[in-house]
Structures are given as structure tokens and as C-alpha cells.
Write a protein that binds this ligand. Structure first.
Ligand SMILES: [Ca+2]
Ligand SMILES: [Ca+2]
Length: 114
């Protein structure tokens, strides 16, 4: 029995120390188009709030229509839905004219993300 204790302790410490080896890296921000629901560690790859609201890689009339559903809504991260938070492009806590200007300035852009 004594001979099994040391290998067990060595193996247990290996598992404890290497728990990060099982962590999956990726974007952990749910408002980002490249959000990875399986990621447990953010790798800094999130593209943030961007006018491609429906994440189809194009900024067009579909994003504009989704944006109009959010216009004049408060975008408090504690209470707002993901859909509304995605419309707060400037991150000022509300969806308004400044966000609309950002959307218009990117209208027609092709968005590349993984
Ligand atoms: Ca889009
Ligand atoms: Ca805003």
C-alpha cells in the first residue's frame, strides 16, 4: 500500500497543476460575432460590438432593420438583452444616434472574422 501512495500523489498533483490544459480558449464575449460558447478562457480574439448585428459578415439593410428594433433602448449590461447590447456600438450604455452614425459609416462593409 505504501508503494502506491507516492505514485498516487504524483499523479494527483499532475492533474491539479495541468487543469488549464483542458481549458478551451476563444472569445467569451456573447455580443461578439465570434463568440465561442465552449470557450472558458478569453484569448482576446473578440471583435467587440460591431455593426454586423446578425453576424452574416455583411453590414446591410438587415443590420439596419435589427438596429431599428433597438433604437432608444438602454443598453445596461446587467439588464439588457444580447440583441440590444449588440446595437450599442460605442458602448455608452444606450442605443441612439451615435450608434446609428457608426452603423451608417460601416454600411456596405464586409466583415471578416473566424
Ligand atoms: Ca450583417
Ligand atoms: Ca451607444
Amino acid at each position: 500500500m505504501k508503494n502506491l501512495i507516492i505514485p498516487f500523489l504524483v499523479f494527483s498533483s499532475f492533474l491539479y497543476c495541468s487543469h488549464d490544459a483542458f481549458a478551451q480558449t476563444g472569445c467569451t464575449d456573447p455580443i461578439s460575432c465570434n463568440f465561442d460558447p465552449l470557450a472558458t478562457v478569453d484569448d482576446g480574439s473578440c471583435i467587440g460590438a460591431y455593426p454586423d448585428i446578425n453576424c452574416d459578415h455583411l453590414i446591410n439593410v438587415m443590420d439596419y432593420m435589427l438596429f431599428m428594433n433597438c433604437l432608444n433602448c438602454p443598453a445596461d449590461p446587467a439588464t439588457a438583452s444580447i440583441e440590444i447590447l449588440k446595437c450599442d456600438f460605442d458602448g455608452n450604455g444606450s442605443v441612439g444616434l451615435s450608434d446609428l452614425i457608426i452603423l451608417i459609416s460601416h454600411y456596405g462593409d464586409v466583415v471578416i472574422f473566424n
